[in-house]
Design a protein around this ligand. Structure first.
Ligand SMILES: *Cc1c(COP(=O)(O)O)cnc(C)c1O
Length: 356
């Protein structure tokens, strides 16, 4: 096999990932801290994320679907994996074969599991205000769950990233459920919920975004480290004359004679057109603003202040998630999960940095 190097790479910082998990774990007090791995670990690569977090002590993981669960096999001994979308008719074979639990999220799913789950363990989601997945509180309290051996009872916060009265209402509803529905563990908080304090942590938290460098609430700012650093290779450096334009629609005009660096990356890689006007990259200590529109797989940066840049050099994109979300209008989640398959995902090698 020939090894064809990619002109795009995501540098992924294992130590930052682990440091973020430890910070989130500490915010949860005595609660265990799990990890949401859905959407291929928010685009970073679920297997690698799981591997690094297991090594750090994390034991509880969450994916969306059975296909995502299957992709994580075999599991390390003692690791728990939950499938957030529960179990449909078509999932039953996977659900009875794989060492993972469905998070039963409707009356029908509970009935299906009772009938065909062969007494295997399950989790249950009860809706306390999101109205997405989960049994209604009345259903849960009205006998729908009687006799079911529930490993973890979950609910999900709808507005935890805001100072909303809904947070307290969902907390109160979940406490009531905890008093009335037996389960081995109780879990309410995502990343933003973790930042709301230990009242929200119960037995197990399930952050996603903040593990991967997102800042869900102001409390996390300054504690959460950037994990993902997208880098693109310069395909060519070209001169532009004052008055010339760059790219589709001629939206950028060179003010003076200068240089642009054209890189192997575009909206097909998840670097969307809304970065135009505010996107930038860095090379050594120089900042290179985006010049003109983003094409499908090409983008140009104004390199007039980076005189020595050459074809083949790597540019590091400005991609601090909170700031990038602010300026682009994309959410931090979209910034992570939108990055496509052409990026080579390269984790910092264990031991390449001194342990913190
Ligand atoms: C995605 C998800 C999480 C993680 O949410 P973040 O906001 O990324 O921390 C936790 N719980 C459930 C049910 C989810 O769907």
């Amino acid at each position: 096999m020939i090894n064809i190097p990619s002109p795009l790479r995501l540098r992924l910082d294992r130590e930052a990932l682990v440091a973020n998990w430890r910070w989130l774990a500490a915010q949860g007090g005595a609660a265990a801290c799990g990890a949401a791995l859905k959407a291929d670990g928010y685009g970073l690569g679920a297997r690698e994320v799981m591997h690094h977090l297991v090594a750090a002590g994390c034991r509880d993981f969450f994916v969306a679907s059975w296909a995502e669960a299957a992709a994580l096999m075999p599991l390390v001994e003692g690791v728990s994996l939950s499938v957030l979308h529960g179990v449909g008719e078509a999932d039953m074979i996977a659900a009875k074969t794989l060492p993972a639990r469905p998070v039963l999220g409707s009356f029908r799913q509970v009935a299906r599991w009772r009938a065909a789950g062969e007494g295997r363990p399950c989790d249950v989601m009860v809706d306390t205000g999101m109205n997405r997945l989960g049994l209604r509180v009345e259903e849960a309290l009205g006998g729908a769950l009687d006799g079911l051996a529930i490993e973890t009872l979950l609910s999900h916060l709808a507005s935890a990233d805001e100072d909303s009265a809904q947070n307290g209402q969902q907390l109160a509803a979940f406490r009531e459920l905890k008093g009335r529905i037996p389960a081995r563990r109780y879990s309410l908080a995502n990343s933003a919920g973790v930042c709301l304090g230990t009242d929200y942590a119960f037995d197990l938290t399930r952050p996603g975004l903040a593990l991967y460098g997102g800042t869900p609430r102001p409390e996390a700012a300054g504690h959460i480290r950037q994990v993902l650093f997208p880098e693109a290779r310069v395909l060519q450096v070209r001169s532009v004359r004052a008055g010339e334009t760059v790219g589709y629609g001629a939206t950028w005009t060179a003010a003076e004679d200068g240089w642009v660096a054209v890189a192997n990356m575009g909206y097909a890689d998840g670097y969307l057109r809304c970065h135009a006007g505010s996107g930038a990259a860095s090379w050594q200590t120089r900042r290179l603003p985006l010049a003109g529109r983003v094409s499908m797989d090409l983008v140009a940066f104004d390199a007039s202040d980076a005189g020595a840049i050459e074809e083949g050099d790597w540019l590091t994109l400005d991609y601090a998630l909170a700031e990038t979300a602010e300026r682009s209008g994309l959410s931090q989640y979209e910034l992570l999960t939108g990055l496509g398959q052409r990026w080579a995902r390269e984790w910092s090698a264990p031991g390449s940095h001194p342990e913190a």
